[in-house]
Write a protein that binds this ligand. Structure first.
Ligand code: NOJ
Length: 820
C-alpha cells in the first residue's frame, strides 16, 4: 500500500494519501533555528537546543500523536465552516477535501483543496535569519466572491524542557504576553533575553492590525475550555478575543480577513521567531515588505534550494538502480547532514530531553559528509577533540558548550535546575564505551583526505578533564597527539585473550561486557590504527610503535576470534564466548563479521566464510538482522540485549546502522551481487508500496525494523536520527561505487553486480570536478582494467584507478573500464 511518491525533479516526497499510519516527519532550518514537523504540521521549533530553548510546545507520545503544531486555519465567514491547510488538526474527511504534503529539503508544503478554495502553507527558515516563515497562498476556485478568515496559530513553550514539563511554579507566573503593532511578544521573564514573537504580513496591511478580534496571546482563550486544536473557539466564532496576560500559557494566535473574487489569489505570511518585538518588526520589514509580492521570501526560499543543490551536486550518481539514485542523489545525503546538524536529540522519539553530542554517533556522522559540509565536519571534530580526556577516552555524551568559555549569567532563575560541576561532567572508566573515541581517528583522516587540510593534524586543542570554563583554557596537545592517546587507551584496556575490553558498551549499547572482551572494539582499533599509520606516513612521521601494534592486534583477532565458521563477537567477563557456534542464542552477530573485513584484519577466505554466515543466518527481505537467534532470557553477563523483546532493537531486529557495514564488507570481498542484495533489502524507497508493513517514512532510513521474531516483522522505527544515514551513504558511494578520496589521489574501485553494464558519477573533490564513467563490458563485479583521465592513461593500483589531483576549477573526464 502506498501513500505517496518521490518527485525527484523537485527533490520532494509527495504524500497524496494523507492518513499515513504514523507521523512522517521532516526538518526545517540548517543553522540555529530548527523545527521538526509531521505531514500534518504537528511538531516543534527550537533555537540551538531542544532541551534548553524550545520555542513551541509539543506533547510527546500524545494522543492525537503529533500535537500541537504550527497551524493555519481557514474559515468561510459566510457559512462558518472551517478547516486547516494541513490535514490535522481539524481533519476534514479526505472524501470532501484533498490534502497533500510535500516534504522537501528543509521545507514542507501543506496543500489543501476544500470548498473550492485552494490553499498552501510552506514552512521554512531562511539561511540567514532565526525566523520561521509560514508562506500562505490562497486561491478562490469558485465562481463567487469569498470572505475568509485566515488564522495562524502556535503554542509557545517555556523553553527549558524540565520547566515546560514538570515544574510550572515559576514559568507559569513569570512569563507574559502582549500584542502591539501587530506583533505578539512572549516574555519569558525568568530568563535573560527570553523573548519570542509571532506576527503576520499581508498585501494590504504590512504592520498588522491591533483590533482585539485579530489576536489572542493566551492559548486557553484561543482554544477555549474543553476544546482542542481541532475546534478552537476563536476560529469557530470567527474572531479572536484580544487576550494577553502576565502569567499563563501563551500562544501566537493571529487572524487576518481576506476577500477573494472568483479566480482571485492572495498570499500572506506568518513569522515566528527568536527575539523580541523589535526583532519581529525587523523580520516583518525584511520579509513582509508591503508589496504583496513577497520577493524577499521568494529569494530566501530560492537561496535555501540553492544551498541544498550545491551540496547535492558535489556527488551525483547515475546507476541502473533507481532506488540507489533516489537515495544517494537526494535523501541519503540530506538525512546524513541533518544528523550532523542536530545530532540525535530532536525528533518525535527523542523530544529534546538531552542536549549535546554522543561521542560515537557524532564521530561517525562527521565522517560521512566532509565533501558536502567540510566546515561542519571540522567543527564537530574539534568539539570531539575537546571532549576527549587525557586518559584517551571520550565523554560518552557531552555538551560542547562545556568546553567553551562560559559567560556569567545576569541572574539565576529561582527554579533551580542544578548545574553539574566540571568534575561531575567528566565520567570515569565505569561509563566509558570502549568504541567511542576510536571512531574519531578515521573521521579525522577522512576529513583530511577529502579536504587536503593536512595542517589540522598539528592544531592544538585542550583535553576535557583539564579545561577551565572560567578561563577557557586547558592543557592542549596536537590532534595527532590526541589520536595517539585514543590508541594507547584501547591498547591498554585489553582482556585475557588480548582482545579489547567491552567496558560499559561498545557500538552495541546493549552488549555490556565490562571486563569481558569485544571483537568489535579490537577490529575497530585495527581500523583506526591503519588510518592513523597511513596519515603518519603521509606526514613523514615515525609510527613504527603503532605499526607493530597493528600487527599484534591483527594476530590476536585472528587467533582468538576466528572460530572456524565465522568471527566470534566477544567474551563475557567469565570467559564465555558470545556469537560463536556453541552459543544457543546470539550465535552469529553482524558487528564482528563485518568489521573483521572492514578493518582489514581478516583473511579473504575467512572473510568470505564470515559473510556467508551473515547471509545465511541474518538476511531477511527487509535487511540484515543484528544477531541470531534472538535472546530469550536475561543474562546480565552478556548485557541489556538479553532484556529486550525478541526482534526489537539490538535483540535481533534489522538494525539499520550495521547493514551498510555488510554492503561495504561484501564490496571489499568483491561480491557485488551480494552487496546490492543487502543494499536493496534495506533501501527505504524500495518499501514505498509496503507501508501497511513498514509504517514509517519511505524516504528515510530508520534506526531499526522489527525482525522476524517479532509480530510486527517489517515495521520500521525511529526515522531520520540514526547512524545508518551516514553509513549507507558512505558504504554505497565509497565501497559499492568505489569513489574514494585519498591523500593525493582519487581512487575509483567499484564493486557492482556483474549485470550492471555501466554507471557514472559526478564528484567534486578539492575544487575540481571529476565526471567518472565506469563501463563493465566483461560483466565483472570488481577490478579495474583500464582508466583514462582526459584521454591519458592512469595508473591502476591495488585499490583500482588512482586519479591524480587536478587543477582547482577544472572539469575532468574519467573513463574506467572494469575487467578481471
Ligand atoms: C543508538 C545509539 O545512538 C548508537 O550510539 C548505538 O551505537 C546504537 N543505538 C546501537 O546500540
Amino acid at each position: 500500500m502506498k501513500y505517496g511518491y518521490f518527485d525527484n525533479s523537485r527533490r520532494e516526497y509527495v504524500i497524496d494519501r494523507i492518513d499515513v499510519p504514523v507521523s512522517w516527519t521532516n526538518y526545517i532550518g540548517v543553522k540555529d533555528l530548527c523545527g521538526v514537523f509531521s505531514h500534518t504540521a504537528g511538531g516543534y521549533l527550537f533555537y540551538k537546543s531542544p532541551e534548553y530553548h524550545r520555542i513551541t510546545r509539543f506533547r510527546p507520545n500524545g494522543v492525537p500523536m503529533d500535537r500541537p503544531g504550527h497551524y493555519v486555519y481557514i474559515r468561510d465567514d459566510e457559512t462558518g465552516d472551517y478547516w486547516t491547510l494541513s490535514w490535522q488538526p481539524v481533519g476534514k474527511s479526505p472524501d470532501s477535501a484533498r490534502y497533500t504534503c510535500r516534504h522537501g529539503l528543509s521545507y514542507i508544503k501543506y496543500q489543501c483543496e476544500y470548498a473550492s478554495i485552494r490553499g498552501e502553507q510552506t514552512l521554512f527558515i531562511p539561511l540567514e535569519d532565526p525566523v520561521e516563515i509560514w508562506d500562505v497562498r490562497l486561491r478562490n476556485d469558485s465562481d463567487r466572491k469569498r470572505r475568509l478568515s485566515v488564522y495562524g496559530y502556535a503554542e509557545f513553550s517555556f523553553h527549558h524542557i524540565q520547566i515546560d514539563n514538570q515544574n510550572f511554579q515559576m514559568s507559569l507566573y513569570a512569563s507574559g504576553s502582549s500584542h502591539q503593532d501587530g506583533i505578539i511578544e512572549v516574555d519569558l521573564f525568568y530568563e535573560d533575553g527570553g523573548f519570542q514573537y509571532f506576527t503576520a504580513a499581508d498585501a494590504n496591511d504590512e504592520s498588522g492590525t491591533n483590533e482585539a478580534a485579530c489576536f489572542d496571546c493566551l492559548r486557553d482563550a484561543f482554544i477555549g475550555p474543553y476544546r482542542s486544536e481541532t475546534n478552537p473557539i476563536a476560529v469557530e466564532r470567527g474572531a479572536c478575543s484580544g487576550s494577553s496576560e502576565l502569567g499563563g500559557n501563551h500562544c501566537g494566535g493571529l487572524r487576518r480577513a481576506v476577500e477573494l473574487e472568483p479566480g482571485g489569489e492572495t498570499r500572506l505570511l506568518f513569522l515566528l521567531g527568536e527575539g523580541n518585538r523589535e526583532a519581529g518588526k525587523a523580520m516583518r520589514a525584511k520579509y513582509g515588505a508591503g508589496t504583496g509580492a513577497f520577493s524577499p521570501v521568494d529569494a530566501a526560499f530560492k537561496a535555501l534550494g540553492d544551498f541544498w543543490k550545491e551540496k547535492l551536486e558535489k556527488l551525483q550518481v547515475s546507476t541502473p538502480n533507481e532506488g540507489m539514485n533516489t537515495m544517494l542523489n537526494i535523501w541519503n545525503l540530506y538525512q546524513a547532514e541533518i544528523n550532523v546538524l542536530f545530532s540525535r536529540f530532536a525528533s518525535f522519539i527523542e523530544v529534546g530531553g538531552r542536549t549535546g553530542l554522543g561521542y560515537r554517533d557524532t564521530s561517525q556522522d562527521a565522517m560521512m559528509i566532509p565533501h558536502s559540509n567540510p566546515e561542519k565536519s571540522r567543527q564537530r571534530l574539534v568539539q570531539l577533540l575537546k571532549g576527549l580526556t587525557t586518559a584517551g577516552y571520550g565523554l560518552h555524551l557531552f555538551n560542547p558548550e562545556w568546553f567553551e568559555k562560559q559567560p556569567v549569567p545576569a541572574f539565576n532563575s529561582p527554579t533551580v535546575v542544578p548545574v553539574p560541576s566540571v568534575s561531575q561532567r567528566i565520567h570515569g572508566i565505569a561509563d566509558v564505551c570502549a568504541d567511542d573515541a576510536l571512531w574519531l581517528i578515521p573521521s579525522i583522516v577522512e576529513y583530511i583526505r577529502e579536504t587536503g587540510d593536512f595542517g589540522f593534524a598539528d592544531e592544538k586543542y585542550p583535553y576535557a578533564d583539564t579545561f577551565d570554563p572560567a578561563t577557557g583554557e586547558g592543557m592542549s596537545e596536537t590532534v595527532f597527539d590526541h589520536m595517539k592517546r585514543i590508541l594507547d587507551f584501547s591498547a591498554r584496556e585489553i582482556g585475557p585473550h588480548g582482545i579489547c575490553k567491552g567496558l560499559r558498551a561498545d557500538w552495541n549499547d546493549c552488549l555490556n561486557l565490562g571486563g569481558g572482551e569485544s571483537a568489535m572494539v579490537s577490529f575497530l582499533l585495527h581500523w583506526a590504527l591503519t588510518h592513523f599509520c597511513g596519515l603518519a606516513r603521509r606526514l613523514g612521521r615515525d609510527v613504527s610503535r603503532y605499526e607493530e601494534l597493528t600487527a599484534r592486534v591483527r594476530e590476536s583477532c585472528e587467533r582468538e576470534l576466528w572460530n572456524g565458521s565465522w568471527y566470534t563477537r566477544g567474551f563475557t567477563a567469565s570467559g564465555r564466548a558470545i556469537g560463536s557456534p556453541d552459543c544457543k542464542e546470539g550465535r552469529v552477530f553482524m558487528e564482528s563479521n563485518t568489521w573483521a573485513i572492514l578493518s582489514g584484519a581478516a583473511s579473504p577466505e575467512h572473510g568470505k566464510a564470515a559473510m556467508d554466515a551473515v547471509d545465511q543466518y541474518l538476511y531477511t527481505p527487509y535487511g540484515l538482522k543484528l544477531c541470531d537467534p534472538a535472546y530469550s532470557e536475561p543474562d546480565d553477563e552478556v548485557g541489556f540485549v538479553t532484556r529486550v523483546y525478541k526482534g526489537l532493537k539490538e535483540n535481533a531486529a534489522i538494525f539499520s546502522h550495521p547493514n551498510p557495514w555488510a554492503w561495504a564488507a561484501e564490496a571489499v570481498l568483491g561480491r557485488g551481487d551480494r552487496a546490492m542484495k543487502f543494499y536493496d533489502a534495506l533501501c527505504p524507497c524500495g518499501q514505498n508500496d509496503k507501508i501497511e508493513v513498514r509504517k514509517a517514512e519511505p524516504y528515510m532510513y530508520c534506526q531499526f525494523i522489527a525482525g522476524p521474531d517479532h509480530s510486527a516483522f517489517g515495521r520500521a522505527h525511529h526515522p531520520f536520527m540514526t547512524g545508518s544515514a551516514g553509513w549507507s551513504y558512505f558504504a554505497a558511494t565509497r565501497y559499492i561505487l568505489g569513489i574514494r578520496p585519498g591523500f593525493d589521489s582519487l581512487a575509483v574501485d567499484p564493486c557492482i553486480p556483474p549485470s550492471w553494464p555501466s554507471f557514472s558519477v559526478r564528484r567534486l573533490w578539492r575544487d575540481a570536478v571529476y565526471h567518472v564513467t565506469v563501463k563493465n563490458p566483461h560483466n565483472v563485479s570488481k577490478g579495474v582494467k583500464e582508466c583514462r583521465l582526459n584521454g591519458q592513461d592512469v595508473k591502476i593500483g591495488s585499490m583500482g584507478a588512482e586519479i591524480p589531483i587536478q587543477r582547482p576549477g577544472s572539469e575532468n573526464q574519467v573513463m574506467v573500464v572494469m575487467g578481471a
